[in-house]
Design a protein around this ligand. Structure first.
Ligand code: ZN
Length: 499
């Protein structure tokens, strides 16, 4: 069968071309957020559109269908090659079902919506954004129809972010989570000495924060010769390719936890990117399993490591040295402050306990919007009503309500649930790692994070996108994703805070 390996080699070569172009686009995007002079934005938009157009043409060209057919039964069903062919087919079908004219219309509409959203959010003016949201919803419905779904249009959108998950699965998951999260949050609010980040405000010069973070990164296993840390308004991480993982954070000189947890979060993403097999560049084996799995890595380092008592205790001498202002406190105060559970309006600032309630709200509303059960004009009222039910706060304006996130302005309906899946997965992986490595907590107490990283490399990173996310979780932890692990971690933490 000489034809088949050559078709596979062609798919692989095309995959590599797409990875190289994707990384080039990613680098332009990174530069746009970090260094680009203000007058360069419209030229940059043209450059990025050129790369995106080129990628789309390469990803949808008809010869790919032939190569896929030639490979369809060429490999044993459980082989890595067969998994790659399945992922390539999935991506090809998704990309080719949408006609180029609709892709362009969607690009244009989201470009306009994004600038309208920036202005609308500044002025808390929802009516100015509403027509854009209406337009993006109708385009998303059109695309969902073309992609196809068995139950509801939201399924087709979710598939783009977290393949294998259906709306009804997410609904069932949130039905289970909601009462438990609300009860854990209530217990946290009722703590006799509720911790607060405000208590540790002080003066933490930015250059001291940078020095400390550069010391921390290699210690948790991030290869600083194969990546960088810069600053941007919204922290992010771009795994561009082998040897080049870019992260950013933001700095607040009164609260060093902003940059600390920003970096631990993004470094979790970065460690995953650095752990993907380099030799598989261009095949799905060199790609992340899903957005939810990516987020599980960031949450694990941010919350299970960075917000642990052990972290504060073992890094305390270095922290004191970096930030003399901290010596007014002790490590336990800082540990408590870093775990403060507080009612707040803004998702990206929310603590670990209330975070998924923010996601639940968005999921409920976006599924209703997409089905047409909720009219766009009624979104602010629906948001505020559900927010008060879940978090007990009256939303003062739409900037702190339904206008706060960028996702809907980009047409990203179906993205939000991946955050919760990431949170749940992170705790389940953490539990499994502790079960598999009985001495894990003592190595972490000695600031040795290598055993944990090696475990993640072996169980998660090394497989790239070979397995669907649900199967990867099953293989790594021995069971299907179950919210129980995360809920018990949160319940345990609230008890610790009460002690
Ligand atoms: Zn993240």
């Amino acid at each position: 069968m000489p034809v088949i390996p050559s078709a596979y080699a062609k798919l692989r070569a095309r995959g590599k071309e797409l990875s190289l172009l994707g990384a080039t686009g990613g680098l332009l995007g990174w530069d746009q957020e970090t260094l680009l002079p203000p007058k360069g934005h419209s030229f940059r938009a043209e450059q990025s559109a050129q790369i995106a157009g080129l990628s789309h043409r390469l990803a949808t060209s008809p010869e790919i269908a032939r190569w896929l057919d030639d490979c369809s039964s060429a490999f044993p069903a459980d082989s890595a090659e067969s998994a790659c062919v399945a992922r390539w087919r999935h991506d090809y079908l998704r990309a080719t079902r949408i006609p180029p004219a609709l892709v362009e219309e969607n690009e244009l509409a989201s470009g306009l919506a994004r600038s309208a959203w920036v202005e609308a959010r500044k002025k808390s003016d929802f009516p100015a954004f509403a027509p854009h949201l209406e337009k993006l919803l109708s385009l998303s419905r059109k695309m969902a129809d073309l992609w196809g779904y068995s139950d509801q249009p939201y399924d087709a959108l979710l598939e783009g972010y977290e393949p294998g998950w259906l709306t009804r699965d997410v609904t069932a998951l949130f039905a289970k989570l909601r009462p438990r999260l609300v009860s854990i949050a209530e217990k946290s609010f009722a703590l006799p000495r509720p911790p607060s980040r405000k208590n540790i405000r002080g003066h933490y010069p930015r250059n001291h924060q940078e020095i400390f973070l550069q010391q921390l990164l290699p210690k948790i296993g991030f290869d600083t010769a194969a990546g960088r840390l810069d600053s941007s308004t919204h922290p992010f991480c771009s795994g561009l390719g082998p040897g080049d993982t870019r992260m950013t954070t933001r700095y607040d000189e009164t609260d060093f936890m902003v940059s600390l947890y920003g970096v631990l979060h993004e470094a979790g993403h970065g460690l995953y990117d650095q752990g993907l097999p380099e030799s598989q560049l261009g095949t799905p084996l060199g790609q992340a399993a899903s957005l939810g799995i990516h987020e599980s890595q960031s949450r694990l380092w941010e919350n299970r490591i960075g917000r642990s008592r052990s972290f504060w205790k073992t890094w305390w001498p270095d922290l004191i040295q970096a930030f003399p202002d901290l010596s007014r406190h002790n490590h336990d105060d800082c540990w408590r402050a870093s775990n403060a559970v507080e009612r707040s309006f803004i998702r990206v600032e929310a603590d670990e306990v209330t975070y998924d309630l923010h996601i639940l709200l968005r999921f409920e509303l976006e599924t209703q919007l997409l089905k047409g059960d909720l009219a766009v004009r009624d979104l602010p009222a629906a948001w505020n009503e559900l927010f008060e039910k879940l978090l007990g706060l009256k939303v003062p304006d739409d900037a702190r309500g339904c206008l706060q996130d960028i996702h809907w302005s980009l047409g990203g309906f179906g993205y939000f649930p991946t955050y919760t899946l990431g949170n749940l997965t992170s705790s389940q992986l953490w539990q499994a790692a502790n079960r598999d490595l009985p001495s894990l907590s003592s190595s972490i107490d000695n600031r040795d994070y290598q055993p944990l990283l090696r475990w993640l490399r072996e169980k998660v990173h090394a497989h790239g996108r070979r397995y669907p996310a649900s199967e990867l979780v099953q293989r790594a932890t021995g069971k299907a994703l179950d919210p129980e692990a995360h809920l018990s971690v949160l319940e345990w933490k609230v008890k610790e805070l009460a002690s």
